[in-house]
Design a protein around this ligand. Structure first.
Ligand code: A2P
Length: 265
């Protein structure tokens, strides 16, 4: 006799949605039950999606935004009105099933970096997702004295998901003691007035972020970096980081920085 939780699901690799939060009319996050066999390293991504009209799955890469110790998986997504997946995914509700291929991979992992003192996490838009995972992983704080998150969006409301998370962490009952005062947050907007403005690239090259946070400039001896945003942002950041003397790393060959493209729609 089958127990109810072993009954076959209608979809292959199904995961049931537990929570959906709409942050703006263009951004939402959602949580799903974690398949029991799924192990991943904070910062990795999986393929997820929904069945298409022809029955074939429509899958996209999504960074896992929750930490590796969490019982559930969290994702953070853009909504694209005519996007094949997100036009439909934005309507999911608790109890619905999505498709989740349980094969995590990616380069934004602590293992791809050589040991260092300060970890910089540079994100635009939904590129904050893998860092939402790393920011909640005690290992991040065990390996680094300081963790600096720079996040830039066009508008203030687009920063809410990341800001609420960062602000909650020092008080978090599970990982607050690891975070302590190690986590620094530097969020800017580019197209709406806010207390801090400007592109990440400009705030680095002008030196403004170092002045504002009271930090020394980035060096290959002490600083490590992870970059996640649009193709153009990633490219510009590579140029800047290489200019500081940092070299790109990978799982197979750790170095001083790693890059990955954020999911775009
Ligand atoms: P900007 O408004 O000046 O273009 P998008 O929604 O286009 O992906 O952009 C998200 C954020 O990333 C925006 O604040 C945008 O600034 C910024 N951005 C886009 N391209 C780059 C780049 N090449 N270098 C730095 N920041 C960028």
């Amino acid at each position: 006799m089958n127990a109810p939780d072993t009954a076959p699901k209608a979809l292959k690799d199904a995961a049931t949605v537990t929570e959906v939060t709409h942050w703006t009319d263009r951004l939402f996050s959602f949580r799903v039950e974690r398949p029991r066999s799924l192990r991943f390293r904070s910062g990795e991504f999986v393929m997820l999606g929904l069945p298409g009209d022809d029955g074939k799955p429509i899958l996209r890469a999504y960074s896992i935004a929750s930490p590796s110790w969490d019982d559930e998986l969290e994702f953070y997504s853009i909504k694209v009105a005519d996007g094949p997946l997100t036009s439909r995914l934005q309507h999911i509700e608790p109890g619905d099933d999505i498709i989740l291929r349980p094969k995590p991979t990616g380069t934004l992992v602590l293992d791809a970096l050589l040991p260092g003192k300060r970890l910089w996490l540079f994100a635009t838009g939904t590129g904050i997702a893998p860092f939402a995972s790393l920011m909640r992983d005690p290992e991040t704080y065990e390996q680094y004295d300081e963790v600096v998150v720079m996040h830039t969006c066009r508008e203030v409301a687009e920063l809410d998901y990341g800001r609420e998370l960062v602000e909650s962490l020092p008080e978090d009952p599970l990982i607050g003691e690891f975070v302590g005062d190690k986590l620094k947050y530097y969020a800017t907007t580019t197209q709406e007035e806010s207390p801090r403005m400007g592109r990440i690239t400009d705030n680095l090259t002008s030196g403004r972020v170092f002045d504002d946070l009271g930090l020394p400039p980035i060096t290959p001896e002490s600083d490590r970096a992870m970059v996640c945003g649009s193709l153009a942002f990633n490219q510009d950041m590579k140029t800047i980081l290489e200019g500081y003397g940092l070299r790109e790393g990978a799982n197979s060959k750790p170095a001083e920085y790693v890059v990955e493209k954020a999911f775009v729609g």
